[in-house]
Design a protein. Sequence first.
Length: 384
Amino acid sequence: MRIYLDNAATTPMREEVIEEMSRCMRELYGNPSSIHAEGRKVRAAIEEARKKVANAIGASIGEVFFTSGGTESNNMAIKCAVRDLGITRIISSPTEHHNVLHPLEIVEKQGVQVQMVEVDKWGRINYEHLEQLLRDNGGRKTMVSLMHANNEIGTVSDMARISQLCEQYGALYHSDTVQTIAHFPIDVSKTKVHFISGGAHKFHGPKGVGFIYINSESMIKPFIDGGSQERNMRGGTENVYGIIGMAKALELGIAEMESHREHIEGLRRYLIDELQKRYVDIQFNGDYAGDYLYTVLNVSFPPSKNSEMLLLHLDIAGISASGGSACSSGADAGSHVLKALGANPERKAIRFSFSFMNTKADIDFLLDKLDTLLEKRQAAPALG
Ligand SMILES: Cc1ncc(COP(=O)(O)O)c(C=O)c1O
């Protein structure tokens, strides 16, 4: 028996998505750029998928471009905003995913000023500091790049507030929304943003496909050259089945978002309560009771006999989760996110991340296994 609690890393594909993709693999084999009937049929399917993605985020069809995933989309937003839109300063945060931090290192070498906004010990952005940075722009054209929800600790940023600050100070706004697409309502027609990104495998779609939303006011030039696909924005024959699978997964995810959220919130709450009841000195990393991504719970275990190898023990016991610690020594680079929060490197951080496919029985299974690995809270002595 295996229990999968690593849904922030990737999610299992939904049956409906596999079915839709399989059907299209059989029926749609033309090249979407061909003008004959086979090609036109595939082109129509891609455009139908684009409409679904655009509808899901309140965008117009001309603002959605398919990519190979979140990493490509975020690279594209950052590098092309610098190359094509005259951005010379980017404000970001130390808790971003590496797919933002590494492109930032590249553009910094090209002369872009990169400034980091302060985050507190829960991973929350200091909005006063953000405003101060935006105000003191030194005449530089600025873009803010702040993720919607952190993939390791689940802390959520306030997109409306950041959007409003960016508007006020004339900055562009990019948000890595890979962890929140299909999990939180995102409407770019209400919250102004210039770039957001999505990756299908985070919402029960296929791997290797994603999208970028580009606000029509901030159109960039292609990131990949070589063909006129994606209305000249991305060369290369489209990942047709991936695109169709992603649109299906997103459509289902949006339609069922509220019921999934309720279900997952229940599991997460149950796990928090049980952990606190059973074990001494359990802590949580991130804004776990404030503005949090409900699919993620990052648990901080105190040092104990089994805590160092806890992830391995859990894997052997049939449970998949993810690790991380603030440690920065030697080969184990540790988590840059936990380090930025000033987390205690002696404690073991485990990220449990959920999907609608998990059940209470999964959490009970996890708790049973943890009981064999961790020191339990002493029962109160009987009275009398
Ligand atoms: C916050 C965040 N951004 C971007 C990515 C990368 O997305 P993809 O795997 O689609 O390239 C991930 C995936 O781990 C992520 O969690």
